[in-house]
Design a binder for this molecule. Structure first.
Ligand SMILES: C[S@@+](CC[C@H](N)C(=O)[O-])C[C@H]1O[C@@H](n2cnc3c(N)ncnc32)[C@H](O)[C@@H]1O
Length: 242
């Protein structure tokens, strides 16, 4: 039967974003039209995506879901040349902006997909293939009736874990305390992951390669706590699971 629920995408996932009608600058529009064919991937030509296919090398591949305007994305790619990065975002101005940054900074280890990350992962990323996921300040969906739209829920986390290689990681950050607490409980309950933070509290430190963004500085100035989770995939499932 045809899926008529606008909140469910074709791969059966609940949509985790609300499309904003942000205006694009002329530079972003131009970048989108001239650079996407070089640094972007389209559904039609992607098939199963890997470092070999996208970058013609075998560096570990990290996916960022929801890069916003791509400030952190481009800086991290620049600081970590031994990894390849694929940034995924639905917001068109952000895609334009990141394309500009890739060109300006001459980044040869970063590509972009414009679209919803969940069906993209389902259709184009092999299980046990990724070195990591970055999920930075995802939409908090603060109202209780919208919590089901959060990118971190039990099903999505199990799905992301399946896409990781053993020891691959998921790095999640939020400034929304209640989301942080509930995400941590979901991470702790996922049998395929372990918390790789050395802190007794279970919260992680900022990784030294991650820049502090303008958004994050404002959140701190407004008195919100930045919570970070850094979990890795277990080599094998715990024995109770086998
Ligand atoms: C609150 S913003 C944070 C952006 C950025 N990570 C930052 O730290 O500034 C969350 C972003 O995730 C994007 N997003 C949410 N769900 C997504 C999905 N399923 N696929 C791709 N992008 C998504 C939204 O469009 C939005 O730009």
């Amino acid at each position: 039967m045809e899926n008529t629920n606008k909140q469910i995408d074709p791969s059966g996932h609940i949509k985790t974003y609300a499309l904003r009608t942000g205006r694009m600058t002329d530079a972003q529009k131009k970048a989108y039209h001239t650079l996407y064919s070089r640094y972007g991937i389209t559904e039609a030509d992607s098939g199963i995506v890997s470092s070999e296919k996208l970058f013609s090398n075998s560096k570990p591949l990290i996916i960022e879901i929801g890069f916003g305007m791509g400030q952190a994305t481009s800086e991290i790619a620049q600081k970590r040349p031994d990894y390849n990065f694929l940034g995924i975002e639905v917001h068109t101005p952000g895609v334009g902006k990141l394309l500009i940054l890739i060109e300006e900074l001459k980044l040869d280890n970063l590509k972009v997909f414009h679209g919803d990350a969940l069906p993209f992962l389902a259709n184009h990323i092999a299980d046990n293939s990724l070195a990591g996921f970055h999920i930075f300040f995802p939409d908090p969906w603060p109202k209780k009736r919208h919590h089901k739209r959060r990118i971190i829920n039990k099903e999505n986390l199990a799905f992301f874990t399946r896409k990781l290689k053993p020891e691959g990681y998921i790095y999640f950050i939020t400034d929304w305390e209640e989301y942080a607490e509930s995400a941590k409980a979901i991470f702790d309950a996922e049998p395929g992951l372990y918390n790789s933070s050395l802190h007794e509290s279970g919260w992680a430190e900022r990784q030294d390669w991650r820049p502090v963004t303008k958004f994050e500085l404002r959140a701190k100035q407004e008195g919100r706590t930045i919570r970070e989770l850094f979990y890795r995939k277990r080599e094998t499932k715990p024995s109770s699971e086998t």
